[in-house]
Design a protein around this ligand. Structure first.
Ligand code: SF4
Length: 329
């Protein structure tokens, strides 16, 4: 099946005090229709920039982003408008992303009327009620006339999800969409997003710094590990969670606490050579992870940038040592 989304050698630079700063470097990724893909990594790894590029909120400095086979920056005005309707972005902060002056009902009905999706007021109100039910904001009459400040954090994020569904998107880009709510609410929001993905057949690109969330949400999909603007490992989620191969992915997994303290104590931690993350303004030469990497190979890692290499089990890794080890097994 052709991919619904395809990023080919995408690089993104932003203007900085002195020249430019490269926040995304040579990222390639293809996503199948209906797939759940999680982007994980520390702050500054480029995952949110990737999400914004996919949603058409930024243009790449180099490379191509294709939606259903078409470069989104080569689309004409109508095609691009259609693309923006079909690819929706859920922001991290439901406090800032909802208009405080609009009721939830008005917020959901406006795009339906503006884009001519509903034919009359009765039709619009029926669809608003349907959307609120989809995200479990029920009884609907308790929420439709409320303003965002009258809702809890979890309810606001559900209203935000409902708004992203108004235009019946094919792709949702969810940027840390559950990180600002209590842990107890997080699970129910993830459950709602998973159910909507199944029921509506949507493709979801889920951005998170929390590997436990990636493991839960994309357990049947794939996970992409990013470090300082590059993809370092991409694999089926269980393969990443149980057998990470890239030293950075191993370090990241080793640092995740488990609910069972005994399991946490027994975890194999990867001793990094340095805890300092290099600045994007002054990246180390070669592999950007080499100043921290516990297994770096002198003479190669500090000079040659590792390229993403497909492995026999289907994963893709950018690491001189891991690739050599896997290929010699
Ligand atoms: Fe470590 Fe070298 Fe692999 Fe980079 S390429 S992660 S420095 S072993």
């Amino acid at each position: 099946m052709p991919p619904i989304l395809e990023l080919t050698r995408v690089t993104k630079r932003f203007p900085a005090d002195k020249g430019e700063i490269t926040v995304l470097n040579d990222v390639s990724l293809s996503v199948q229709p209906g797939e759940a893909v999680c982007l994980v990594g520390e702050s500054g790894c480029g995952k949110t920039t990737t999400g914004k590029l996919v949603a058409g909120l930024h243009a790449p400095s180099e490379g191509h982003i294709r939606y259903q086979g078409k470069d989104i920056w080569q689309m004409n005005k109508d095609e691009f408008a259609q693309y923006r309707r079909e690819v929706q972005f859920i922001h991290q902060d439901p406090y800032a992303s909802l208009n405080p002056a609009h009721t939830i009902g008005r917020m959901l009905s406006f795009p339906l009327k503006y884009h001519g999706i509903t034919k009359d007021e009765a039709n619009t109100q029926a669809r608003v009620r349907e959307l609120l039910k989809l995200v479990d904001l029920t009884p609907v009459d308790d929420f439709v006339h409320k303003f965002p400040h009258q809702l809890s954090g979890g309810q606001r994020q559900r209203a935000s999800i409902a708004r992203s569904l108004t235009l019946s998107p094919k792709v949702i880009v969810a940027d840390e969409s559950v990180s600002m709510v209590d842990v107890s609410i997080r699970l129910s929001l993830l459950g709602i997003l998973s159910r909507l993905k199944q029921e509506l057949g949507m493709t979801v690109l889920f951005i998170t710094h929390d590997l436990a969330i990636a493991n839960y949400f994309a357990r049947d999909g794939r996970t992409v590990v990013m470090y300082l603007g590059r993809v370092v490992e991409l694999a089926r989620t269980p393969d990443i969670m149980l057998h990470p191969q890239h030293p950075y992915a191993q370090a990241l997994l080793g640092a995740v606490p488990e609910a069972d303290p005994q399991l946490t104590r027994n975890k194999v931690r990867v001793p990094l050579r340095s805890l300092d993350v290099p600045s994007l303004r002054n990246l180390p030469p070669g592999c950007a992870f080499h100043p921290r990497c516990p297994v770096y190979a002198q003479g190669v890692c500090e000079t040659d940038v590792p390229q993403l290499t497909p492995m026999p089990d289907g994963r893709i890794i950018a690491c001189h040592v891991a690739v050599k080890n896997i290929m010699s097994e």
